[in-house]
Design a protein around this ligand. Structure first.
Ligand code: AMP
Ligand code: MG
Length: 368
């Protein structure tokens, strides 16, 4: 696939009161078929006119995204859903009323006017209205719905700041609107409303608990009837460059185990990074490793906000391996765990096992 080439301009905007002239120039680029990256409350998006096949094709080219991974269409008003979807069920309006603007994406029947590339040829379309002034103003000014996946290179952690976007896509996007860090830092929840029962295809910023209030027959991720996951939900995803290892283990015995495993990695001359909740920081005290704290264990909002940024920060510091302890899956923890397990290539290591065996396994995987 040929890369999309562009002279990237970064424009700083106030996230709450973006300057109308900046919005107009970005809207002009969108209308002309170019690419604009912008902040949302979840992560930064890489936007193109959703009605323009050529423009949408550029998103895939810029990201190196496979052509079977469909994009989310962003709208600026609840009623705009009718421009991009058809045969919309009543429950979609109920959910939009309750959760839009916000981190909930609804999969609906696609309106033929939306570019086929957006949905990679499927007859459905994913739609959401972001809860962020910059994309709302931009979409309104452009006068078209905007297809936008996360503004990262394929498989890299999603970008939660304009600097992350520039690191991945400089020279491949026309404008980056820098509106500061994203307040949620995790992608939206994707909910399919085109099957026999509503089903979560991807956990995200809107919690299952909140959705169950409106959708008592909701099919959760991993449930048999929900096994038809989204296209594009490949298992390896959201990965830092360093090998990411997720571990569990009984809290009482964890500290010596963790220290022994890290000791083994250091002896093998590996540069070790750790991401940890504040409560776990003492496990690592005094070790010559690179630490990133995520905030208190109970503050899932803070952990969600920090997650991708900390992965990128450890990558930038050149670590070979990143260790992190698995977190509880309630509330936003479900979305956080989903991203961690994908970053860890679906493996969770139980540190109650034999430290020597674990060290050997980690080292052999790293050299393999
Ligand atoms: P991203 O925008 O990079 O966070 O990814 C969007 C994700 O939404 C895709 O990877 C799909 O899993 C999901 N998605 C988008 N469109 C559809 C659709 N028409 N049907 C099912 N899932 C979709
Ligand atoms: Mg993505």
């Amino acid at each position: 696939m040929k890369k999309y080439r562009a002279n990237t301009t970064v424009i700083a905007v106030d996230p709450d009161h973006p300057d109308e002239r900046d919005i107009q120039s970005a809207a002009h680029v969108l209308r002309a078929g170019g690419l604009v990256a912008f902040p949302t409350e979840t992560v930064y998006g890489l936007g193109a006119n959703a009605l323009d096949e050529t423009a949408v094709g550029r998103i895939f080219a810029a990201k190196g995204r496979p052509f079977d991974d469909p994009l989310i269409v962003h709208i600026a008003a609840k009623t705009q859903v009718e421009d991009v979807a058809r045969a919309i069920p009543d429950i979609a309006y109920t959910l939009a009323e309750k959760f839009w603007p916000g981190p909930l994406t609804l999969v609906l029947k696609k309106h033929p006017r939306v570019a086929d590339k957006v949905s990679t040829g499927l007859d459905t379309v994913a739609v959401r209205m972001p809860n962020h002034r910059v994309p709302l103003d931009l979409i309104r000014a452009a006068g078209v719905p905007v297809a936008a996946p996360s503004a990262n290179l394929f498989t890299r952690p999603s970008p939660t700041s304009a600097a992350h976007v520039a690191d991945d896509l400089s020279g491949r996007v026309d404008i980056i609107l820098d509106g500061g860090p994203c307040p949620i830092g995790l992608e939206s929840t994707v909910l399919n409303l085109t099957g026999p029962k509503p089903a979560i295809l991807r956990p995200g910023g809107t919690t299952v608990e909140a959705l169950l209030d409106c959708l008592p027959d909701l099919i959760l991720p991993g449930e048999p009837a929900g096994a038809r996951t989204s296209p594009g939900m490949m298992l390896k995803h959201y990965s830092p460059k360093a090998r990411f290892f997720l571990f569990t283990g009984a809290r009482e015995t964890l500290a010596p185990q963790v220290r022994e495993v890290i000791g083994g990695l250091l002896r093998a001359e590996l540069k070790v990074g750790v991401m940890a909740a504040d409560e776990d920081l003492p496990f690592f005290a005094g070790l010559p490793i690179l630490m990133e704290s995520l905030g208190p264990q109970s503050d899932l909002d803070a952990i969600g906000r920090a997650l991708f940024a900390k992965m990128r920060s450890l990558d930038a510091r050149g670590v070979d391996i990143i260790l992190m302890r698995a977190i509880q899956a309630g509330g936003l923890g479900l979305a956080i765990s989903d991203r961690l397990i994908k970053a860890a290539h679906q493996q969770v290591i139980d540190l109650d096992g034999q430290p020597d065996a674990i060290i050997n396994r980690l080292i052999s995987e790293l050299s393999g």
